[in-house]
Ligand binder design. Structure first.
Ligand code: TUI
Length: 310
């Protein structure tokens, strides 16, 4: 399936694997790339040594292109970006902040730059500054989110830019890919469905929380601090939301949330950790290989397009 995204990244299918903190490492990224999509290593919360090891490991597991994501809220973002320039990874996605200051360095190193943008304004700004493509991530996504839905972003951003647009947030099946392509996107980014894959190193308890969850099972925490994070409702989110309603002091909220993005996927505590997941959960029915997931999405997208009955 050829699109402007597959041409840009030299991949077979227009599917990126979302960067998920503590979940998206070399094994997952390589599995997605080997299956014809593009895997992404998530550097959020990680140190330089880990990032270098993961790039080396991914390169030993695949000869296909893969990317690396940088969370612009992280304190060590500058040194990670310098490392990525030395390593000359295929592409870099940048989220959770203003990516423009890092474009020059990355582009000089020959790296394709794909920022995540939450609005038309930032989409135009990254295009004007030389982004190769952009990702619009709607609030259906898991993890740190903006305030606009994927459909509204696709409706409003795609006509305003010329560079390829990747739609993210709420994609979990082939009909979603078809819908994004019909809207004028050049591909999709999908996180949660790959979280529940065989190759993903996350703890089985976190994967099972995804497989067992339904449409209404995620909640957003962080309305008070304006750092919205979506994850699967559990004991921690119940307590957090209760404290938010009671106007609890920042310190108390912070103490409850700190470390939770690791606690679920690494320690396997799906009650008091946070399984950061998007809203399209009911179609994720079992733990499959990345190859089966990608083949299912491509088959489903082709069927959806061929069977259109307007
Ligand atoms: O980055 C994400 N999602 C994430 S990062 C992450 S790691 C983390 N864990 C716990 C707490 C905080 C972070 C978990 N999930 N998605 C990409 C994304 N980027 N979503 C929204 C944005 C965004 C927001 C504002 C991008 C740019 C932006 O620009 C603001 C500006 O400076 O204009």
């Amino acid at each position: 399936m050829r699109t402007r995204l597959t041409e840009l990244l030299n991949i077979k299918y227009p599917i990126l694997q979302g960067a998920m903190a503590w979940v998206s490492e070399a094994n997952l990224a390589a599995a997605v790339s080997n299956a014809g999509g593009a895997g992404i290593i998530a550097t959020g919360g990680r140190n330089l040594t880990w990032v270098k090891e993961q790039i080396d490991l991914a390169r030993s597991l695949t000869d296909k292109p893969f990317g690396v994501n940088v969370v612009l809220m992280d304190r060590n973002k500058e040194e990670i970006i310098d490392l990525l320039c030395e390593e000359k990874v295929s592409f870099v996605t940048l989220g959770a902040g203003n990516p423009v200051p890092y474009f020059e360095k990355l582009k000089k190193a020959g790296i394709k730059v794909i920022p995540v943008v939450p609005s038309i304004r930032l989409a135009k700004r990254v295009e004007d500054n030389g982004a190769d493509a952009l990702i619009i991530e709607g609030m259906e996504a898991g993890g740190h989110i903006g305030k606009i839905t994927t459909l509204s972003l696709m409706t409003q951003v795609i006509p305003e830019v010329k560079i390829p647009v990747v739609a993210a947030g709420g994609f979990a099946d082939g009909r979603g890919l078809a819908a994004a392509l019909v809207m004028g996107a050049s591909g999709i980014q999908m996180g949660t469905r790959f979280y529940a894959s065989k190759e993903c190193i996350a703890h089985i308890n976190a994967k099972n929380a995804i497989v067992n969850a339904q449409d209404t099972d995620t909640v957003i925490t962080g309305y008070m601090s304006d750092h919205l994070i979506r994850g699967i409702k559990n004991k921690m989110t119940d307590k957090y939301i209760q404290l938010e309603k009671e106007n609890a002091p920042y310190e108390e909220l912070h103490n409850l949330r700190v470390g939770t993005s690791r606690k679920a996927p690494i320690d396997g505590d799906a009650d008091w950790g946070l399984v950061q997941a998007g809203q399209s959960l009911s179609v994720i029915k079992s733990i499959e290989t990345c190859e089966d997931i990608i083949n299912d999405i491509i088959k489903g997208a082709r069927e959806a397009i061929n069977n259109l009955k307007p």
